[in-house]
Ligand binder design. Structure first.
Ligand SMILES: *[C@@H]1O[C@H](CO)[C@@H](O)[C@H](O)[C@H]1NC(C)=O
Ligand SMILES: *[C@@H]1O[C@H](CO)[C@@H](O)[C@H](O)[C@H]1NC(C)=O
Ligand SMILES: *[C@@H]1O[C@H](CO)[C@@H](O)[C@H](O)[C@H]1NC(C)=O
Length: 362
């Protein structure tokens, strides 16, 4: 279940290696002045792990078949002391070495990560209100009230402001990302575009295919040409297909206003586990990162439920940003912070396949 986190670390190691090689030369003298927090910090700051039952860390996604059956009041949540979360910050330069040593000493990172709090930890009352339940695809995957995206409903009768999506903090930007569920009904399709419009998001990252096996993971929410979604008309301007991803340039139109939006669709993520070619995911992330227009809203990131792959991508991006800005990273803190905003982030069941992928990566 923790395999995504582990592969995330591998991704980071790979990237940081490259970063280090290219930056070492320029930063040598700089570093002596601004020494990052002491190297022993990760030993000293270690605190007792908060522990939960085994169940806390494993979520099995169950689709909500009948909205009437959902009677949750948003109060059944884990009681978590955030102050208890372990933090250890590792300087970028030592990251590779640090994880090497840990692996040699057989420190069980899987167990360590399994102790990061997860589950529903904040109120999610709005998500389970009667008329809103049908907008959730999976049971227990709800946005918290405090950071959910509230749709603008002014001037529309009978519409409601709920969408299964929430803001997630970036390294230096308060609303850097929106972690979202993939649209799965006509209603959630319209809401999805409404959100992109009102948030001024010019980038959408999609981390699932429309179908995986026989299961519809996400509705096709982009047009082949032009399509209307509620009040918003979306036009596909151009499309570039690559082996692992497809980029779609689109425009959204409402009244006389036009906003450009680019969808980055990663098509190479296998049904289970993590992409075998790590490089393509890193390249993909760079693509998303570049060309950021001014006055851009949050990057909308979604898969199907908007927790596993979505969380992994956000964490990857966050940690790379953090490494670049602070020259040190704190993986555990990143994951627990992420989960305080998007419940269950970075979570997948271990399968043999992902295990063997993992072996190949190392
Ligand atoms: C859905 O949630 C919104 C936000 O609180 C609320 O205004 C709306 O009434 C809910 N839907 C219904 C009708 O229960
Ligand atoms: C909400 O929608 C109304 C009607 O479309 C619009 O006039 C208003 O500016 C919007 N408000 C925000 C905060 O976007
Ligand atoms: C989106 O952009 C418009 C026009 O620049 C601006 O008025 C609005 O406040 C922006 N909305 C958000 C959520 O940033």
């Amino acid at each position: 279940m923790i395999i995504l986190v582990l592969s995330l670390i591998l991704l980071l190691i790979k990237r940081l290696k490259i970063m280090r090689e290219t930056k070492r030369f320029h930063l040598e003298h700089f570093r002596q002045v601004a020494e990052p927090e002491g190297e022993n910090d990760h030993e000293d700051q270690r605190q007792p792990h908060p522990t939960f039952g085994d169940g806390a860390n494993s979520i099995f996604l169950v689709e909500i078949a009948d909205a009437d059956e959902v009677v949750e009041d948003g109060m059944e949540r884990l009681n978590v002391e955030y102050t208890n979360t372990i933090a250890y910050r590792v300087p970028v330069d030592d990251f590779v070495k640090y994880h090497g040593i840990r692996r040699e000493n057989q420190i069980n990172e899987e167990e360590e990560f399994s102790k990061i709090p997860t589950g529903l930890m904040e109120l999610y009352k709005v998500a389970v209100q009667k008329d809103n339940v049908s907008k959730n695809r999976y049971r227990y995957v709800y946005p918290y009230d405090f950071c959910r995206v509230v749709l603008n409903t002014s001037g529309e009768e009978g519409s409601n402001d709920y969408i299964n999506a929430c803001y997630v903090e970036g390294v230096e930007v308060e609303r850097a990302y929106i972690a979202a569920q993939g649209p799965f009904t006509p209603e959630t399709l319209d809401d999805f575009w409404k959100m992109a419009w009102q948030e001024n998001s010019s980038r959408i990252v999609m981390l699932t295919n429309l179908f995986e096996g026989d299961t519809m993971k996400c509705l096709k929410y982009w047009p082949n040409d032009v399509m209307e979604f509620g009040d918003i008309v979306v036009r596909l301007e151009s499309q570039e297909e690559y082996e692992m991803y497809t980029i779609r340039h689109m425009t959204m139109h409402q009244d006389d206003l036009v906003k450009a939006v680019t969808q980055f669709h990663f098509t190479g993520w296998p049904d289970r586990g993590v992409p075998e070619t790590v490089d393509s995911l890193l390249r993909f992330r760079d693509l998303v990162k570049n060309d950021r227009p001014e006055q851009d809203g949050p990057i909308i990131i979604h898969c199907s439920a908007g927790i596993g792959r979505t969380g992994t991508f956000i964490a990857l991006d966050y940690l790379l940003d953090e490494g670049a800005a602070k020259e040190s990273v704190d993986v555990i803190n990143c994951v627990s912070k992420l989960r305080q905003q998007r419940a269950h982030s970075i979570q997948t069941k271990v399968s043999l396949k992902s295990n063997s992928n993992f072996q190949n990566l190392t």
